[in-house]
Design a protein around this ligand. Structure first.
Ligand SMILES: *Cc1c(COP(=O)(O)O)cnc(C)c1O
Length: 385
């Protein structure tokens, strides 16, 4: 069996192990310590936000943001439909109702017009949501200026799910800094990783202080353990924050490598587009800078001699190359079948035609060779149909 080519695998730099060793040497193995503080500082600088809390996952960051905004049973929370389930699950943790909003075709992210339609209707019915969760899918910034201005119009806070978009920006303003809260993830497949971890960022000092309090079991300031609220165990370990510090040092390199991957794919597919195929990409509006966490293609079989993304995925599978359909929209998920939704057909089509290609920042020339040879075989089969 040929060695596996991963969709997105961890890529360590030079300093991670030094920081981890430092934690061992000083016995800071706890869910607090100097690496946690320094990592939080680094995240603030990277996202140009004033405050950051390093947490055990991006999911826990989303959960805490909802709690801090007072989301509770029977509340509505608007969420982009095409996303990883972690964007929506915390809404259910709170017993609240997710309402799914479809995407617009360029960025593949929350459609501002549809959001406005939903909010206008909700206002008439006296049922405005407690929060709005747009997502920067695969690193591409959502249309944040439109989304935040509509949210402001209706006075609804925005939780920006930037789990896939560390290092992305719009006209230089970093993803994670647009909403009332920004959510980051350092899971193993993300652009930088602490093996598992996340962060909540915001300019609101009080909110982030409260997040830290809730994330450490909500212990009141007494010598004994006193609890007047339900707490959580959501803080990041100092050992893992050490990995995070090393990873932040190489973030720019990782972004550049992923953006080069995207250009490489784009160039490769252009040779087939020139002879009549129609392979499409996630397009960056002017001024939008995506970290290109994952390079994805859309393969509509009716414009490609019957070639579908599934054909490509299965050919990759035979070669031990990992590729995946785009996220299945939340409104199609069995667990959310009863949730309210505002649809325009875009995310259904993205899911039907979309494929995420191997996109690691550590892909080698030889691995790209294997990927392209595999794709060549598929295209040759469909070329003369
Ligand atoms: C990865 C991811 C999350 C969750 O992050 P974890 O750290 O895995 O809990 C949330 N939203 C999106 C869009 C993600 O891709």
């Amino acid at each position: 069996m040929k060695s596996k080519i991963w969709l997105s695998s961890p890529h360590m730099g030079h300093n991670e192990l030094n920081y981890v060793n430092g934690a061992f040497e000083t016995n800071w193995i706890a869910p607090l310590g100097p690496h946690v503080n320094a990592f939080e500082q680094g995240l603030q600088e990277q996202t140009t936000t004033k405050h950051a809390a390093a947490l055990s996952s991006g999911t826990s960051a989303l959960h805490l943001a909802l709690i801090l905004l007072g989301v509770t049973q029977e509340d509505d929370v608007y969420c982009q439909s095409i996303t990883f389930s972690a964007s929506a699950n915390p809404i259910a943790y709170q017993g609240a109702n997710p309402v799914f909003i479809d995407s617009e075709p360029d960025t593949w992210n929350m459609d501002p017009q549809l959001l406005k339609t939903a909010l206008t209707e909700a206002k008439q019915n006296g049922r405005l949501p407690k929060a709005i969760i747009p997502v920067h899918l695969y690193g591409m910034p959502a249309r944040m200026s439109e989304i935040t201005s509509i949210a402001n119009e209706f006075n609804i806070p925005v939780i920006e799910d930037a789990a896939e978009a560390l290092g992305s920006n719009i006209h230089g303003k970093p993803c994670g800094s647009f909403g009332d809260f920004g959510v980051l993830s350092f899971n193993g497949n993300k652009i930088i990783t602490t093996s598992g971890g996340g962060a909540l960022v915001s300019n609101d000092a009080e909110m982030i202080e409260k997040a830290r309090f809730l994330a450490t079991q909500a212990r009141d300031a007494t010598p004994h353990y006193e609890h007047s609220q339900i707490g959580y165990n959501y803080r990041m370990s100092n050992v893992l924050a050490g990995i995070g510090r090393g990873q932040l040092e190489v973030l720019n390199d990782r972004v550049e490598a992923r953006r080069r991957n995207f250009e490489r794919y784009k160039k490769y597919f252009s040779k087939y587009n020139d002879v009549g195929f129609n392979i499409r990409f996630q397009e960056a509006p002017s001024g939008y800078h995506s970290n290109r966490w994952l390079s994805c293609i859309l393969v509509d079989s009716s414009f490609n001699n019957g070639l579908s993304r599934e054909e490509i995925r299965l050919e990759f599978e035979l070669e031990n190359i990992e590729a995946r359909p785009l996220w299945k929209p939340m409104h199609q998920q069995p667990v959310f079948l009863n949730a309210k939704r505002y649809l325009n057909g875009v995310s259904d089509k993205l899911f039907a035609d979309g494929l995420c290609l191997p996109s690691g920042s550590n892909l080698t020339k030889e691995e790209f060779q294997r990927i392209f040879e595999c794709l060549d075989r598929v295209f040759v089969k469909y070329q003369n149909r």
